[in-house]
Design a protein around this ligand. Structure first.
Ligand code: CTP
Ligand code: ZN
Length: 170
């Protein structure tokens, strides 16, 4: 067993207990958003949802497969100077259902929310079916029902199970 018991009192910085004083931490951020408790390996999906790729000039820290009491291993994404839109949070909930979104101001966590899986997502994913009404020129916003293991287009029934991030249209 890990000797570190995770209690608040043991943390050097009074920060609750997922990292001991002996582990290297990802730097705290000044103002922005920390997306924490992403399942191990899914940070790249979260980055894709947020449109962060090699061309970004945003200040971003990424931790992958870092030890976590709650998940065993987790990924973390920290973005300086950015708050997320509701649409972005909804799609993040599909690839990282256990994630928490922490809003940081002046180094303090001023708001912490668990993501919630919505029952439907509107206007954020595109339907891969070329014959779907949402892919024609008509102004029909996409609507997908959220399933346990994917999403289903409410217009044509097409199910997307894998590589959801290839279908983002935020
Ligand atoms: N964090 C950060 N910069 C700050 C403040 C916090 O990067 N200025 C990060 C912490 O490292 C942590 C997350 O934001 O990954 C949430 O911070 P906090 O609520 O202090 O940590 P915990 O209590 O461990 O959070 P939880 O209970 O959600 O696990
Ligand atoms: Zn469709």
């Amino acid at each position: 067993m890990n000797e570190y018991d995770g209690s608040e009192d043991d943390a050097d910085e009074g920060e609750g207990g997922e990292e001991s004083a002996h582990e290297l931490r990802i730097s705290k951020i000044h103002n922005g958003t920390v997306i924490d408790h992403i399942a191990g390996g899914h940070a790249p999906d979260v980055l894709a949802i947020l449109g962060i790729d090699s061309a970004t000039d945003e200040v971003v820290s990424i931790g992958m497969n870092v030890p976590s009491d709650r998940l065993g291993h987790k990924d973390v994404v920290k973005i300086e100077g950015r708050e997320l839109s509701q649409d972005e949070v909804e799609v993040i909930s599909l690839v990282a259902p256990a994630a928490s979104i922490n809003i940081i101001r002046e180094y303090d966590v001023i708001e912490k929310n668990r993501v919630e899986r919505p029952s439907t997502v509107e206007g954020v994913l595109s339907c891969p079916n070329r014959n779907c009404i949402t892919t024609e020129d008509e102004p029909v916003a996409t609507r997908f029902e959220v399933l346990d293991d994917g999403v289903r287009c409410l217009y044509c029934g097409t199910i997307i199970r894998r590589r959801l991030t290839d279908h983002i249209d935020v």
